[in-house]
Design a protein around this ligand. Sequence first.
Ligand SMILES: [Zn+2]
Length: 124
Amino acid sequence: MPFLRWLLRRTDGSTDPTYNPRRTSELYAKTPEGYIIAQDIACQYEYAREQPCSHCGGRLNVVAQLNRASQGLNELVCLCHSCHRRTSFIFDISNEVYQKWLARNLGKNYTQSYDGPPRKAAQS
Ligand SMILES: [Zn+2]
């Protein structure tokens, strides 16, 4: 059953290169600027899939990924299945958990692509 095996791998995450097994409790917390803290690639798509359309409550589909790495950000643009309204989620990828995961994945090809210190979750 190849599909079931694929599904189990995705849930476990251990063999999915888009999943960071070192996610922390700050995942999805907001920075002081209002960006959503991402700790890998997979979590951004998981987050977008779990949000209902703010207009009709319909299901969202990711239709574009805007590379804003020079700002330490990544933006996912979604369209609602039902009403076709557009929604964007802007993720912080400057944080230490994301950058360490990226550095492990890229090895010697890793370079920090934004200026300034990593963003952190806002104090609540
Ligand atoms: Zn909608």
